[in-house]
Design a protein around this ligand. Structure first.
Ligand SMILES: C[S@@+](CC[C@H](N)C(=O)[O-])C[C@H]1O[C@@H](n2cnc3c(N)ncnc32)[C@H](O)[C@@H]1O
Length: 235
């Protein structure tokens, strides 16, 4: 799509400016847990109002759940799942800086023993027999041929290739009752006449890939946009 949203360009430039200063600390309150993190250069900083912690915390039988956090970034979702006592988490990212960052953050929060850190393009380095009860996937979602810096891996999904590959691969890695939590925001269609076009496109992709979906949360996103959290199960 030929729209690179202004808000995304602004956000990307902000991350690049922060990156020039080096590693910086932040603190995130996630459903009553204070999580201290270091954000490494070229790593996506967690968006505090859109975290998945409350949904992970309420996941049935979390203590016995095997979790994957695809696109772990700073590790925020993997770390909160560990703090809420998930059995084990695979934290996966294609950006080597994100892996270093998330590993250090897990050590800071004393949950590194529960998390395995894997440098991988989606599930390609994961054994084909490995199954997850819960897959978290805050993937890049701007359909635009963005820049080539590491941080662009966190923002741009040109032609939705990452989402299409994710949906095809994740099916093979879900347990029978397994679920995927997949957030999305309508940053490209939000200001257009059909403001829900981004969501409609994603929902079609999900259904065509053989899943059933439910919208389990909705929030406004900045002034003109909306954020949704989808829960997917295999049909
Ligand atoms: C929007 S950020 C989310 C980071 C973190 N989960 C969070 O919620 O703050 C997306 C992450 O997905 C990673 N990513 C992009 N393409 C990927 C791929 N093909 N395989 C694995 N990770 C990928 C990026 O490097 C980035 O860390």
């Amino acid at each position: 799509m030929e729209i690179n949203p202004e808000s995304t360009i602004y956000f990307r430039n902000q991350i690049k400016r922060e990156s020039e200063k080096g590693v910086y600390p932040i603190s995130v309150n996630c459903v009553g847990k204070n999580i201290s993190l270091k954000i490494f250069p070229e790593v996506f900083p967690p968006q505090k109002e859109f975290l998945l912690g409350e949904f992970v915390k309420n996941f049935p039988d979390l203590a016995n759940a095997e979790v994957a956090d695809i696109g772990t970034g700073s590790g925020i979702e993997a770390i909160s799942a560990a703090l809420f006592r998930a059995r084990h988490i695979d934290a996966i990212d294609i950006n080597p800086e994100a892996l270093k960052c998330s590993k250090e953050n897990a050590q800071i929060n004393k949950v590194d023993a529960k998390i395995t850190f894997i440098l991988s393009d989606l599930f390609t380095k994961i054994e084909s027999s490995k199954k997850y009860d819960l897959i978290l996937a805050n993937l890049p979602f701007i359909d635009f041929d963005g820049g080539k810096d590491l941080i662009d891996l966190a923002l741009y999904d040109n032609n939705h290739i990452i989402h299409k590959n994710f949906l095809a691969q994740a099916k093979k890695h879900l347990t029978d009752n397994g679920r995927i939590l997949l957030p999305h925001a309508n940053l490209q269609s939000g200001k257009r006449e059909n403001s829900n076009a981004d969501f409609d496109g994603l929902e079609k992709m999900i259904i065509d890939a053989g899943y059933e979906l439910q919208i389990i949360a909705k929030k406004p996103f900045r002034t003109d946009y909306k954020w949704r959290l989808y829960e997917l199960r295999i049909k």
